[in-house]
Design a protein around this ligand. Structure first.
Ligand code: ZN
Length: 867
């Protein structure tokens, strides 16, 4: 009871309301959430009647949420439910569509007319009767759990309320309820809170209920932030959602979030100019956002709930759920509610209850529906004008078309093209080979993307480099040039004349099985799928080798050139028969869609022969990833995701705290991503050192690379970043602290490095120039050993995104990738994270090389220590 006396009046009131919820029947629940509505249809079950408890009393499991929405669709002719796909953990992704029965009866016509609105090539449909489309997307961050509870109340309200105003909403709008954008993460959090929920509930912030264990429920199955994935669509949840999104192109999209427990409530508009994307028409920011904000303010004013706008949160990166809609002629809005992270928690204003957070989100969400209906024609007209202005802006753009291609890696080219098509970007075949920007683009291996197209703004986001900003402080990345992430040669053209036939879908991939051989098979390492094929071979027990020098083989289909990194599979050396091996080759070729070649002789047409000392036998990777408190869960998740999804290779995810007792003998590869490893004591560090010198391959990213150097596990030197703008003794106004200090952080920008493509870590790359993504201030000095700096930042490395002058000068000529040989083993040190957001297809090949070729690295002139 002591805490009651410390509470503010408002906190006390909130607690009393929650108490009231716990003891009163169903009607009480409605009177808390819907005090003004008396006219609910008794045939529609309330969430409380269906679930057996009141919303806000506990966390609702995702399957129960889905079951309730299914029940609503069953009992009401105003609701339809569809499954748009499944998550990694096989939870269904569902959308409940709510509109009048008349609209449901002609829903396909409504959809077609709406798409026509967004297509400048087609005549504008009449707006007077066209419904507005509102998409309410809940719980993208799994542990921001209030909003999925809101989804049930919102659906109930729209379907059960018989008041004329709600009937008007249903006639003039179609509302999509997306109850959880991240069902797997939501349930991770739901289970955590439920298993620790006390009776009575414990409000102490230190209680386990409010403190999830690593990695928490924010991310999806692979610990990724799905609210960064709308553009890269690395994940199945995002691909399913994007497919649904483009079927409808909603006019208003709400992305529901939670923020710190001591905060209040946030809605857009975001910070003018600096948080906004320059490609988006000002009418979205100055018109629609302001228009909608009035309704959201009014809803919270009525509840007496505090809020803020404009001060923080980016609206600049098209990968956010509230920004992508701005790129599609809609208005996307972020709502942030202070989180009770559990059922109730003390904060600076008293005690924040789950029910209170739910009621705020409910109020703003329903205000969104009202705002959308009352401004229906404005929103529809805006969408029409948005796509028209995309054509005019694209026509005025200095670059009239982008050409991109890839001459050696068909898989990477294909994956990028699939990404463009998923975003409904117009892509054309290149009609004849051309050179631009010093690069050669070959017909059949290159595509053209004109800027004059409805998706002009996404095209610019994906291809153009950005170096000018309205601000220097970023909440997240400041660049997202995906053409660089995929390391695809590309160039801007002054005309779109080279565009040939439009590509609407790609032909299915195919592979050609080589003739059976009694001597050897060859696999080209340049193809992105080769790494997955190699693992599959190794997993089947096949002996594999890699070549260090180029050669031209006399294959069964004629002479073919092979670059370093190519895989050779000698037939007679295998433990299985030639016939069995051929079956395995066939299986792998089909599974990974890769082309093997066969040779009958070891004598090459040119270069080394197949028994050369420049060919080394590979070891199957037995990999370990350290995870747990202190380690960056996104980066750990990216490693897991890539190995799982691209290579189908298992990796043991071991808690940092179990490392001291772990038998390391079963692993030959250990990955340490960014994070703090200070909890490993001297004995643990010595064990790791011994494991490396005994022949292990240790791969480190960012701060883990710094740690390995400082512990003497690897040789190297860390350069101090330019982390503060204020010189000692300088005097700066307090109010300027955030912009001054924030400007020094490296939020996420892209640089060029020079890669030694003759080094095993550089195998498979056709070019020495490679774009890398940097979002940390780990800066490493080049090694003293001339062969150890595998990749180095160039002297003018800045390609795109924000960086301070001070940090740029330190990054220039620094090391991007180092190898430090230690006894029989080696440490491979990345200054950056090569696997950023699962979408850096260029640099994640470096990581694959480290995994597969680490064991064959022997640096010449080694044991020369760097300073
Ligand atoms: Zn969030």
């Amino acid at each position: 009871m002591k805490s009651i006396f410390r509470k503010s009046a408002k906190g006390l009131l909130t607690s009393l309301l929650l108490w009231a919820l716990l003891v009163l029947p169903a009607q009480a629940q409605n009177s808390y959430y819907f005090p003004k509505t008396k006219n609910f249809d008794p045939n529609i079950p309330t969430p409380e009647q269906f679930l057996g408890y009141g919303i806000g009393e506990r966390q609702t499991r995702y399957d129960r949420v889905v079951a309730y929405l299914q029940e609503l669709a069953r009992v009401s002719d105003k609701a339809k439910i569809e499954t748009i796909g499944h998550t990694y953990e096989h939870r269904p992704q569902v959308i409940l569509s709510i509109t009048s029965p008349q609209n449901h009866g002609k829903i396909e016509q409504i959809r077609q007319e709406h798409l026509q609105l967004a297509d400048p090539a087609k005549a504008a449909p009449a707006l007077t009767k066209m419904p507005v489309l509102v998409h309410l997307g809940y719980n993208v961050h799994g542990n921001e759990s209030s909003s999925t509870e809101v989804s049930m109340l919102t659906a109930y309200y729209l379907l059960a309320n018989q008041d004329p105003e709600t009937q008007r909403y249903l006639q003039e709008a179609v509302v999509f309820i997306d109850p959880a954008l991240n069902p797997d993460g939501r349930d991770r959090h739901t289970n955590w809170v439920s298993m620790h929920q006390g009776n009575p509930a414990v409000s102490d912030p230190a209680d386990r209920e409010h403190n999830e264990v690593w990695p928490g429920g924010r991310g999806n199955h692979y610990w990724f932030d799905l609210n960064r994935d709308w553009l890269p669509i690395a994940h199945v949840e995002s691909r399913n959602r994007l497919e649904f999104y483009h079927k409808w192109l909603p006019n208003v999209v709400i992305d529901f979030h939670e923020m710190g427990t001591n905060s209040t409530y946030y809605f857009e508009p975001s910070k003018p100019y600096s948080s906004e994307n320059r490609l988006i028409p000002r009418s979205t920011y100055d018109g629609l956002n302001v228009l909608m904000a009035k309704y959201h303010a009014e809803a919270l004013d009525e509840l007496g709930s505090l809020y803020f706008t404009k001060e923080q949160y980016d609206n600049i990166y098209p990968g956010y759920g509230s920004t992508y809609p701005d790129f599609q002629g809609g208005v996307g809005i972020t709502f942030e509610q202070a989180s009770s992270r559990g059922n109730k928690q003390e904060n600076s204003l008293g005690v924040l209850t789950f029910a209170f957070t739910i009621r705020n989100h409910l109020a703003t969400g329903l205000a969104t529906v009202k705002a959308s209906v009352e401004n229906r024609e404005t929103l529809l007209r805006n969408q029409r004008e948005f796509y028209q202005s995309a054509l005019t802006d694209g026509r005025k753009n200095g670059v009239r078309a982008y050409v991109y291609g890839e001459n050696f890696d068909a898989t990477r080219l294909r994956k990028f093209t699939e990404l463009l098509l998923a975003h409904r970007i117009e892509v054309y075949e290149l009609d004849k080979s051309l050179s631009a920007d010093g690069k050669k683009f070959e017909k059949g291996k290159a595509y053209v993307v004109p800027t004059e197209q409805p998706q002009y703004r996404l095209v610019e986001s994906i291809f153009a480099k950005t170096k000018e900003f309205d601000d220097s402080v970023f909440y997240d990345a400041s660049t997202w040039t995906l053409a660089l992430a995929y390391n695809l040669p590309h160039a801007g053209l002054k005309s779109k004349a080279s565009a040939g036939k439009r590509v609407t879908e790609l032909a299915p991939t195919n592979y050609t099985l080589p003739a059976q051989s009694r001597y050897a098979y060859l696999l080209d390492w340049a193809d992105y799928n080769a790494a997955g094929a190699l693992y599959l071979l190794q997993d089947k027990g096949v002996i594999t080798q890699t070549v260090f020098k180029p050669f031209t083989a006399s294959t069964s289909t004629g002479p073919k050139a092979y670059q370093p990194g190519s895989i050779t599979i000698p037939v007679a050396s295998q433990k299985i028969s030639a016939d069995s091996l051929y079956k395995v080759i066939h299986y792998v070729a089909a599974k990974k869609q890769t082309n093997f070649e066969s040779v009958k002789t070891g004598l090459s047409v040119q270069g080394i022969d197949l028994g050369s000392n420049n060919i080394q036998t590979l070891k199957k990777p037995e990999a370990l990833l350290l995870t747990g408190q202190g380690i960056t869960s996104y980066e750990a998740g990216e490693v897991w995701f890539l190995l799982d999804q691209q290579l189908h290779m298992p990796i043991s995810k071991v808690e940092l705290s179990s490392f001291p007792r772990l038998n390391l003998n079963r692993y030959n590869t250990i990955v340490l991503v960014n994070g703090s490893y200070n909890s490993l004591d001297k004995t643990a560090v010595e064990r790791l050192k011994r494991w490396v010198t005994d022949g292990g391959t240790l791969i480190t990213f960012k701060s883990a690379s710094e740690w390995a150097i400082k512990q003497g596990i690897a040789q190297g030197k860390v350069i101090a970043a330019h982390d503060t703008a204020s010189k000692a003794g300088a005097r700066i106004d307090f109010a300027n602290a955030a912009p001054t200090e924030g400007a020094q952080s490296v939020g996420g920008s892209i640089y060029e490095v020079d890669l030694d493509t003759s080094h095993p870590l550089g195998f498979g790359f056709a070019e020495r120039k490679l774009p890398v993504y940097r979002n940390s201030t780990t800066i490493l000095a080049p090694a003293k050993n001339p062969y150890s700096t595998v990749a180095q930042y160039t002297k003018d490395p800045w390609l795109s995104g924000y960086v301070s002058k001070g940090n740029l000068s330190k990054i220039k000529n620094s090391a991007a990738l180092l190898v430090s040989d230690q006894g029989q083993g080696r440490v491979i040190l990345f200054a950056d994270n090569p696997n950023f957001r699962g979408t850096w297809y260029g640099t994640n090949r470096l990581f694959f090389n480290a995994i597969f070729f680490g064991s064959v690295i022997k640096t010449p002139g080694t044991t020369v220590a760097a300073e």
